[in-house]
Design a protein around this ligand. Sequence first.
Ligand code: ZN
Length: 149
Amino acid sequence: MSDLRELYQEVIAEHNKNPRNFRWMEDANRMAIGVNPLCGDKLTVYLKVDDQDNVTDMSFEGSGCAISVSSASIMTQMLKGKKVQEAEKLFNTFHEAVTLDNRQPDLEGLGKIAALAGVKAYPSRVKCATLSWHTMHAALEGEEWASTE
Ligand code: ZN
């Protein structure tokens, strides 16, 4: 288990140092700004969704702690090329894995974002880990803002 935790810490550190899809998207057709006042994380999530509900491109920008940035980076990697419905399903799976008690998280179903599932032990960091996901969800719902508070 400690090997796994080390691996997860490496994944988080690596994505924080070198975030994927970290850019403004000029032709995004969905976007929202997410804020986590407790930590000071502020991220903008951009999506391009085609008329068949495919997420054809996804990016983010902004500033935040290592947990929020790495979670956003992994999220954009995971969701690009997916259907909107699959994106929403992964959001629910991840959210449940880090918030619900008495539940064995479905780490396999989480894919790469399983690296962030360990934040469950640190309630204040759960908001950092889920910020970009709430923001993505808000963008798909047509909302402009998402806040963890
Ligand atoms: Zn944070």
